[in-house]
Design a protein. Sequence first.
Length: 389
Amino acid sequence: MSGSLLVDNIGELVTNGLGEGPLGIRRDAAVLVEDGRVAWVGAAAYAPAADRRLDADGAAVLPGFVDSHAHLVFAGDRAAEFAARMAGQPYTGGGIRTTVGATRAAGDDDLRATVRRLRGEALRQGTTTMEIKSGYGLTVADEARSLRIAAETSTETTFLGAHVVPAEYADRPDDYVGLVCGPMLAAAAPHAKWIDVFCERGAFDVDHARAILACGQAVGLGVRLHANQLGPGPGVQLGVELGAASVDHCTYLSDADIDALAGAHTTTVATLLPGAEFSTRSPYPDARRLLDAGVTVALATDCNPGSSYTSSMPFCVALAVREMRMTPAEAVWAATAGGARALRRDDIGVLTPGARADLVVLDAPSYLHLAYRPGVPLIRQVIRNGVPQ
Ligand code: NIG
Ligand code: FE
């Protein structure tokens, strides 16, 4: 579909730019979309003519959600592991190897179908940008194919060959790190924008993580990190040291971690993943501590079959407000503009002239309803790249 589109009669427009409050709200507004971009934002009364018109009927409109952390390339599920956790078993990450086995055994079309199904699910819930990680292949061929398949659906692809040490390398982790930094990175890099490491006891220690991330940086990949998920550790400070775009999870943070993230020259975002705490019965991270220190916070789903099998950003917004001491405005910002910062993008997460025309029309008069009415399908219409979905 070509031509201009006017999204008109918007009761409450979240721009994340100029406007009222931290969300840059405009009331009784309209947005003109042309060539996949926002061409004009202003009062509905002064809206320019357009080829087509979409009447928001007084509802709230916000930027599409930016889910900056998801693991969509996998086979099988781990529902039984979830049930065992709800009966008291702890989450250790040990189940990752179960999914690795299923993923290696799956055909390309099965993996592709899962990615598309989850991406579609997320889109219907308002996610217009979704990062996708590898990390359930853990061989040269399986990591490369995971990223090839991810790249069919997203430009935000992340090489996570250092998710865990696979069983066949259990007694020689140094050799596995060599494989990740050598042939696996060489095969993965053409399909990846980012590199990620699970820096945690039982996964990769800080020296291995630093070495792997440095190899990724050397071939031009941006750095992100799974850090401080299962306990306190060095991951967050390593991320800051390396100039990571984002350190993700941040469930267990020391004062020194927060100071590092809040440092004057730090551009590293703290990405919080409350779906993981929900699904592992772990304590939620305290977003208030981060926000009060001036740290940039993003929210993402961590969609994966083990620790967080949800693709729903509205669910994460509701959890963040209820469990992490975020205001609804902070949570909505973190799920849109925050996610964009975590991906170092300035063309998404905002509705200002020049931005990508990724918009969500709610079935509600205010963004507040995303947290106020949890579990209710409030996404009436999604526009991605200027195209109504
Ligand atoms: O982000 N923590 C590491 N990786 C995923 C979980 C993967 C799994 O359990 O399969 C996460 O939570
Ligand atoms: Fe993750």
